[in-house]
Design a binder for this molecule. Structure first.
Ligand SMILES: NC(=O)c1ccc[n+]([C@@H]2O[C@H](COP(=O)([O-])OP(=O)(O)OC[C@H]3O[C@@H](n4cnc5c(N)ncnc54)[C@H](OP(=O)(O)O)[C@@H]3O)[C@@H](O)[C@H]2O)c1
Length: 209
């Protein structure tokens, strides 16, 4: 929760959404999605997400209003004019995600490139601002075509945010999503599983005393 739920909350804060608007969360079947979906619902948003069909019921139980199986349906062909996109897939999907965003919509990426706005928001010195302005200009330019905004998020510590998360999860009876628990001796199996990107939540390593 301190990583994924806080990331989702900080992304939603940048969007500053109004109740009744629509968000597309890419790859919402992962551990980030398991937190981002309830956080988005707590803002009154309609949530659309995609992932593989085996995870559909679990994701819908978290509050997703529409689920797209990425193996049989292409979100870029069936969605348009969404108000916000929360990107968890990065470079390969970003151009298509901008394509489904409405004029003036906001896209927050967790895997794309940091940009100048990120450098300023996080208080970076002048040289880093210049470097990141250059690094992220590809996505700023994609966004500018339809008066959209591109943001990058790198989660930061936030005690008040964690309290807010606790309230949201208590109100909505949500628990952190744990995929599988491994003993420390099996750490290589755990890493292999994570690398395979087929999780239903967080992978946990237990350390016995
Ligand atoms: N910037 C930050 O501060 C920050 C913070 C947290 C996480 N992140 C990043 O956010 C990303 C997501 O994190 P996570 O913890 O959710 O990862 P995860 O648990 O590994 O989940 C990834 C999900 O992506 C789905 N997926 C893979 N290919 C897809 C495709 N083509 N279309 C739609 N869905 C697809 C998978 O779906 P299926 O299993 O259903 O096939 C899987 O559920 C990671 O890259 C992580 O590094 C960044």
């Amino acid at each position: 929760m301190p990583l994924t739920a806080l990331t989702a909350l900080q992304a939603l804060e940048l969007m500053n959404p109004k109740s009744g608007e629509t968000i597309f969360i890419s790859g919402g079947t992962g551990s980030l999605g398991a937190m981002a979906i309830p956080v988005a619902k707590s803002h009154g948003l309609t949530v659309i997400t995609n992932g593989s069909a085996a995870n559909k019921d679990r994701v819908c139980a978290l509050g997703a209003d529409r689920f797209i199986d990425y193996k049989t349906e292409d979100y870029a062909e069936v969605l348009s004019d969404v108000d916000y996109v929360l990107d968890t897939l990065g470079d390969r999907e970003l151009p298509r995600e901008f394509g489904i965003l409405r004029n003036g919509g906001k896209l927050v990426s967790l895997r794309g490139m940091p940009n100048g706005e990120f450098a300023i928001r996080t208080g970076m010195p002048a040289l880093k601002r210049v470097i990141l302005t250059f690094a992220g200009c590809k996505y700023d330019q994609m966004a500018a075509r339809k008066n959209q905004k591109y943001y990058f998020v790198f989660v930061h510590e936030d005690g008040a945010g964690l309290e807010r998360i606790s309230e949201i999860f208590a109100e909505r009876h949500i628990e952190a999503s744990v995929d599988e628990v491994f003993a420390l001796d099996d750490v290589n199996k755990a890493l292999k599983k994570v690398a395979g990107r087929k999780s239903k939540g967080k992978t946990v390593i237990t350390i016995s005393r």
